[in-house]
Design a protein. Structure first.
Ligand SMILES: NC(=O)c1ccc[n+]([C@@H]2O[C@H](COP(=O)([O-])OP(=O)(O)OC[C@H]3O[C@@H](n4cnc5c(N)ncnc54)[C@H](OP(=O)(O)O)[C@@H]3O)[C@@H](O)[C@H]2O)c1
Length: 291
């Protein structure tokens, strides 16, 4: 069943920094905000609904989406997964995988990867239920860091989680997994125009012309691929300093709110690896290398 209810954002791992800034920015844009974390927010940050959840338990995530559906009367159009669990590794990082400490690894994977992947699955289910007429975007944003590209001592466990989620997001975007679902008119109009133009041209031409013309239409299609606007979009967002280094504890709620709002409102799939600098926006740091 499709839903044309209110525009809704769900923030999983909503805390006093990025979560609170997102709640404020998105509610100012008319979104109903649902936040989820273990502790209820102290101040009213603009969230219409707070759902208690422990993301070390991925099987509780579908229930969060169900509560949003029931209590806010619609499907989520924007999902931000912001939760993270970080504990420095033991001196011997592989001792993490010894039977007595493997639970730490499992909990970290649950928060940094498995619950994020379950959220991705639930988000796509919700996006499919949104009516085509609903102007809410269908955007999933994961708050990441540099660990999907660089190794940092003491962060094997943390990096394994962030990297798993980054891989899933990159996989969905690079392979255009959902591109065939709900192609927006923005890109489909030029395609159908070219298709019918060449179809009618073919009616008056020889069979030999067909392969050339249809090939031209297909070439045109692939040339316009960069402006392909899938109706579901996925991002791994990573705030950096202007020199490309990690922002660490200086991670900015307002900067994330500004960038995530931009991503939620734009029609095209931007770079899945959305590295950005406070006050400057997206910046490509590819030269810093990747795994
Ligand atoms: N780009 C960078 O270099 C960089 C630097 C720093 C941080 N970050 C990323 O930014 C994000 C967090 O930033 P922030 O400043 O918004 O942190 P924050 O204010 O601490 O918010 C994160 C929230 O996640 C919730 N959370 C943690 N574990 C949870 C669990 N098991 N179940 C449910 N909720 C849980 C916490 O709420 P409860 O404790 O109430 O559950 C917390 O309030 C993380 O993804 C982190 O990796 C990136």
């Amino acid at each position: 069943m499709t839903s044309s209810g209110p525009k809704i954002i769900l923030i999983l791992g909503a805390g006093p920094n990025i979560g609170a800034a997102l709640a404020k920015a998105f509610s100012a844009k008319g979104y109903q905000v649902a936040s989820a974390s273990r502790t209820p927010p102290k101040n009213n940050d603009g969230a219409a609904l707070h759902i208690p959840v422990d993301l070390t338990k991925p099987d509780t995530v579908p229930g969060v989406f169900e509560r949003v559906r029931k209590e806010l009367g619609g499907e989520v159009g924007v999902v931000v997964y912001n939760a993270a669990m970080f504990k420095p590794d033991p001196a011997d990082p592989l001792s993490l995988f010894a039977p007595e400490s493997i639970q730490t690894y499992h909990d970290s994977q649950s928060v940094n990867a498995t619950s994020a992947l379950v959220s991705l699955h639930e988000a796509v289910k919700s996006f499919r239920n949104l009516a085509a007429s609903n102007d809410a975007s269908k955007t999933f944003i994961f708050t990441g860091n540099m660990l999907n590209l660089k190794t940092l001592k003491g962060m094997l466990n943390f990096g394994l989680g962030k990297t798993s989620t980054a891989y899933a997001i990159r996989y969905l975007v690079e392979n255009k997994i959902y591109a065939a679902e709900g192609v927006s008119t923005y890109t489909s109009i030029p395609f159908f125009f070219f298709f019918f133009f060449f179809f009618f041209l073919f009616s008056f031409s020889s069979l030999g012309s067909l392969s050339i013309l249809s090939e031209a239409a297909l070439n045109k299609r692939s040339q316009t691929d960069h402006s392909y606007a899938p109706d579901k979009r996925f991002y791994y967002a990573d705030e950096r300093n202007a020199d490309g280094l990690p922002v660490g504890n200086a991670v900015s709620g307002p900067a994330a709110a500004e960038e995530y709002l931009k991503l939620a409102e734009q029609e095209e799939q931007g770079p899945w690896l959305y590295t950005f600098v406070k006050g400057e926006g997206y910046k490509d740091f590819e030269t810093h290398g990747r795994l």
